[in-house]
Design a protein around this ligand. Structure first.
Ligand code: NDP
Length: 314
């Protein structure tokens, strides 16, 4: 952990220890901007709950999520990033340098890169935790491949749920779409595509009561009818939660403009936010792609834009 004092003014402060944050750090460090990365209490981000990653280029035999994050962090460290393992509690973006407060330190930042990511929303039932990573997932692109010729369920009725269900038909033989109403929230085009897909069976008016399984993982799900309270069981091999994501923006205290999905709004083809000198990268800014590789890509963009601004300042 780097020692910080109240008087430190850093060129680049990065908030968030996921693919976007670490990549921003690597690029900023290699541009001699001596970045400080505040990585939160659970560094690594969403990939820490992923098992094998087969779609991050450069690892032909796949890599475990935590191992990939450890490599990224080690690379950021080797090229000269300082780290604070603490959560940012608040920021003051009213003037530059910006003030960034953690529980134990306050740093001043000439430029700030927000890469705090998003949390997948979970149902919050115990069996979801029990089978996490053993049949319960919130990312079809990450884990769909493991359900070749199997039967899976997707929970939710928005664009994410439709996209995940359609994607899963590339692998699974059958996909149930479990939704608590009988009307999809998703855009018409996605809803039509979903309803036309012969491998997808919508299960309307249904909420997950319990995920069922044994030592080998998920074997089924008990559903509760949201109209009459009756229950039924479906035999499945995996279940994907697609009930929305929550971008991590609370600590910003409303100082940055957000999109209607609650993500940080950035300029087109840029990571610039509504405040000059503040950049946003990764899932906190992206509600569409939400992949480790795209997060890393926007992290790179943010570092380049931040270091260019520092050069302009000089
Ligand atoms: P949404 O908030 O749009 O949808 C969440 C869905 O999950 C809703 O159908 C909701 O049900 C259901 N849900 C929420 N909480 C629960 C719960 N506790 N139990 C059961 N069901 C629950 O989230 P998305 O992630 O789908 O989309 C977020 C945004 O990102 C949207 O604006 C979307 O359009 C956009 N997006 C765009 C894509 C694209 O353009 N390709 C792809 C993915 C997302 P109910 O409808 O009853 O409230």
């Amino acid at each position: 952990m780097a020692s910080e004092t109240k008087t430190d003014v850093r060129n680049v402060v990065i908030v968030g220890g996921g693919p976007a944050g670490y990549t921003a750090a690597i690029y900023a460090a290699r541009a001699a901007a001596s970045p400080l990365l505040i990585e939160g209490w659970e560094p690594g981000g969403q990939l820490m709950t992923t098992t094998e990653i087969e779609n991050f280029p450069g690892f032909k035999d796949s890599i475990e999520g935590p191992a990939l994050m450890a490599e990224m962090k080690a690379q950021a460290e080797r090229v000269g990033t300082d780290f604070i393992t603490d959560a940012v509690e608040s920021v003051d973006l009213s003037s530059r340098p910006f003030r960034v407060k953690t529980g134990t330190a306050e740093v001043l930042a000439k430029t700030l890169i927000i890469a705090t990511g998003a949390k997948a929303k979970w149902l919050g039932i115990e069996s979801e935790q029990t089978f996490m990573g053993r049949g319960v997932s919130a990312c079809a692109t990450c884990d769909g491949f493991f359900y070749r010729d199997k039967v899976v369920a997707v929970v939710g009725g928005g664009d994410t749920a439709c996209e995940e269900a359609i994607y899963l038909t590339n692998h699974a033989t059958k996909v149930y779409l479990v939704h608590r109403r009988d009307e999809l929230r998703a855009s018409k085009i996605m809803a039509d595509r979903l309803l036309k897909n012969p491998k997808i069976e919508p299960v309307w008016f249904s909420a997950v009561d319990e995920i069922l399984g044994d030592n080998s993982g998920v074997t089924g799900v008990r559903l509760r009818n949201t109209k009459d309270g009756s229950t039924r069981e479906l035999a499945i091999d995996g279940i994907f939660m697609a009930i929305g994501h929550q971008p991590m923006v609370e600590f910003l205290g409303g100082q940055l403009e957000l999109t209607k999905t609650g993500n940080i709004k950035t300029a087109p083809d840029s990571t610039r936010t509504s405040v000059k000198g503040v950049f946003a990268a990764g899932d906190v800014q992206d509600s569409v792609y939400r992949q480790a590789i795209t997060a890393a890509g926007t992290g790179c963009m943010a570092a380049i834009e931040a270091t260019r601004l520092l050069e302009e300042d000089e």
